[in-house]
Design a protein around this ligand. Structure first.
Ligand code: ADP
Ligand code: MG
Length: 396
């Protein structure tokens, strides 16, 4: 599925004023941006607009403000400063979003200027997509651009509001994210291997069911594997399990077989007697997990099996760690699979907050073809859902 919405390329931005929703929801420590990935990700569109003589007004949320006004530790100022540092552009920042001062600052924006507004979530009405908020945003500019992929699944004022009143198009990040994440369902190069892990079946059910439709092989790891074990009649000891989802897991195994999607489950596991940093791991076969032990990672034989499947793939989509990777002794499975994906020539697409954190922890980010900047939004796309932010844009 190619991107079906207009982008900044499809609209005349010369001399126009652009209001762009970006995702500058960056981690901060003592007022300093500790990971600038999201700021970097917005730069191609900002650069394009500046080079095409547009006046640029940027807005974003950051963190989880109460919505009752200014909170100094959640100001967007550090993100604006980071943008200036990374681009060398003169970036203005104003500690206002919705008031007369903000409106005046937007009115004063000239072609080539960049102005960053304060955190849009300092006002509660923003999250509800209040029409007053939408109208206000639309009054600031001639054109609305959505490049905040990370919030494109939220029908909030700054994401969809302005699109009701002024022409709305996508930025390059949004376009690339949607294109890449939907490509795995359109015409993936085969074999297409999907790797899904993480804690719960219940939170990934839509993802799993949709991937079965497209993938040649679906690799399952992480805590969710144990609910599948129960569906197969294995004991799982004290492992993470979701009793209510056993039946659904069983149905999925059956459905996968009908669809010709091969499902791989762990054949061995690293188990421990408690969940903790100090827990000691032992390897056991999948049908021999002791009653008093819990599965913390995939075992060495499973690592071999999974890495082998990944090596043969032309396309890999990965979401969800293979084990409790936050503890080093249970990170081996996740790391080995990540390394195998990185080392292969396949097109590798990574989605999900913790999976991306794992890739970064192992220093493998530059070996992947695409790492999604949106956790929730990328999952909704992979579940086959439409994103409200994208829906609101002009059709191409
Ligand atoms: P993502 O954010 O990439 O979508 P999830 O949020 O679904 O991934 O899952 C990540 C979490 O799953 C991690 O915190 C990890 O510790 C946990 N996890 C993985 N394997 C296990 C396991 N065997 N038991 C308990 N938790 C697990
Ligand atoms: Mg997560």
């Amino acid at each position: 599925m190619a991107f079906t919405k207009k982008t900044v390329r499809d609209i005349d931005v010369d001399g126009k004023k652009i209001l762009m929703r970006v995702d500058f929801n960056v981690p901060l420590k003592d007022g300093v941006v500790t990971d600038d990935t999201r700021v970097r990700a917005a730069i191609p569109t900002i650069k394009y607009l500046k080079e095409h003589n547009a006046g640029i007004i940027l807005m974003s949320h950051l963190g989880r403000p109460k919505g009752d006004g200014f909170e100094p530790e959640l100001s967007l100022r550090p993100a604006a400063e980071k943008l200036a540092e990374l681009t060398g552009y003169d970036v203005k920042f104003i500690e206002h979003t919705y008031d007369e001062e903000a409106a005046e600052a937007c009115a004063a924006v000239k072609p080539g200027d960049i102005l960053v507004l304060e955190n849009v979530r300092f006002l509660k009405a923003e999250k509800k997509n209040d029409p007053e908020v939408a109208k206000k945003f639309a009054s600031y500019a001639d054109i609305f651009v959505l490049d905040a992929f990370g919030t494109a699944h939220r029908a909030q004022g700054s994401v969809v509001g302005a699109a009701e009143y002024i022409p709305a198009v996508a930025g390059f990040l949004l376009e690339k994210e949607v294109d890449t994440l939907t490509s795995i369902f359109a015409e993936p190069e085969r074999p297409f291997v999907a790797v899904v892990g993480g804690s719960k079946v219940s939170s990934k059910i839509g993802v799993l069911e949709n991937l079965i439709e497209s993938a040649d092989t679906l690799i399952i790891g992480g805590g969710m594997a144990y609910t599948f074990f129960l569906a197969k009649g294995y004991g799982v000891g004290t492992s993470l399990k979701e009793e209510d989802w056993i039946e659904r897991a069983g149905e999925m195994l059956k459905k996968a077989e009908e669809k010709g999607c091969k499902i791989l489950l762990p054949i061995d596991n690293v188990v421990a007697d408690h969940f903790g940093e100090d827990a000691e791991g032992t390897v056991v076969a999948s049908d021999a997990i002791p009653d008093n032990m819990m599965g913390m990672d995939i075992g060495p034989k499973t690592i071999e099996l999974y890495c082998d499947a990944v090596k043969k793939a032309a396309t890999v989509f990965w979401n969800g760690p293979m084990g409790v990777f936050e503890f080093d002794q249970f990170a081996k499975g996740t790391e080995a699979v990540a390394r195998a994906i990185g080392a292969s020539d396949c097109t590798s697409i990574i989605g999900g907050g913790d999976s991306v954190a794992a890739i970064n922890k192992f220093g493998l980010a530059d070996q992947m073809s695409w790492i999604s900047t949106g956790g929730g939004a990328s999952m909704e796309l992979v579940e086959g859902k439409a994103l409200p932010g994208v829906e609101a844009l002009l059709d191409a």
